[in-house]
Design a protein around this ligand. Structure first.
Ligand code: 13P
Length: 253
């Protein structure tokens, strides 16, 4: 059985509540009737509830960009899985390279967040990827291997059904330097092989692996044509309905 393509927009720290609602309203119209692709948007926390209301009755899923693993308590500034479920989130992006780079996220904290999300029946978009330095030093695969082993530690076959992996080479994020379809496919093939070694062929064949890093309407088709690329995690180009809807409609390009 084929894997359903999955296109998600990570808005990062962009959009006020009003701008967010306007964007999803436009997006709903721009992608209405599109079949055979799952779509999600990840607004900042402050806009989640309003976007959820605007998405009522729409097939577009809501995602958050992070969560904390505790359920509640004295954790100033944090947001719990239960709170995110309450405002309508289905997916949570965990382990994004910006969180690893700027906010001290480690493989261990990524693992704790993933487990907390799954425990509340939230689905996870688990991000991995190497820096330019690591690629140049020939460490691309060993870095991904470490991130996967650490991030997925203790998860069983059943839990893996609710995981999507996003391969985001750090050097391609926000730089306009997309990985070539061949470079991305090589990494995705490695990830799938690793999943097969940790779990089983069945698990590895079922998991969707998104590519992220300067995805645009111009390059999405070449990436999506690769056998192990099952979707895209889009940053900059997800901030406008016009470009994001073209990416969602990649089959028509
Ligand atoms: P860009 O598409 O802006 O390169 O961002 C990619 C990304 O980090 C998505 O999570």
């Amino acid at each position: 059985m084929g894997r359903l393509p999955f296109i998600a927009g990570n808005w990062k720290m962009n959009k006020t509540v009003r701008e967010a609602v306007d964007l999803v309203r436009e997006l709903k119209a721009a992608i209405s009737g599109v079949k055979g692709v799952e779509v999600a948007v990840a607004p900042p926390f402050t806009a989640l509830y309003a976007v959820h209301e605007e998405l009522e009755g729409s097939p577009i899923c809501l995602a958050a960009q992070n969560l904390f693993w505790e359920e509640k308590g004295a954790f100033t500034g944090e947001v719990s899985p239960v709170m995110l479920k309450e405002v309508g989130c289905l997916y949570i992006i965990i382990g994004h390279s910006e969180r690893r780079q700027f906010f001290g996220e480690t493989d261990e904290t990524v693992n704790r967040r993933i487990k907390a999300a799954l425990a509340q029946s939230l689905k996870v978009i688990f991000c991995i990827g190497e820096t330019l330095k690591e690629r140049e030093e020939g460490k691309t695969f060993s870095v991904m291997e470490r991130q996967m082993e650490g991030g997925l530690k203790g998860l069983g076959d059943q839990e893996m059904r609710n995981i999507v992996i996003a391969y985001e080479p750090v050097w391609a994020i926000g730089t306009g330097k997309t990985a070539t379809p061949e470079q991305a496919e090589e990494a995705h093939r490695f990830i799938r092989g690793k999943l097969e070694r940790i779990y089983s062929r069945e698990v590895s064949e079922g998991i969707r692996i998104q590519y992220g890093g300067s995805v645009t309407p111009e390059n999405v088709k070449g990436l999506m044509n690769q056998p192990n690329i099952d979707g895209a995690l889009v940053g900059g180009a997800s901030l406008k309905a016009e470009s994001f809807s073209k990416i969602v409609r990649f089959k028509e390009l």
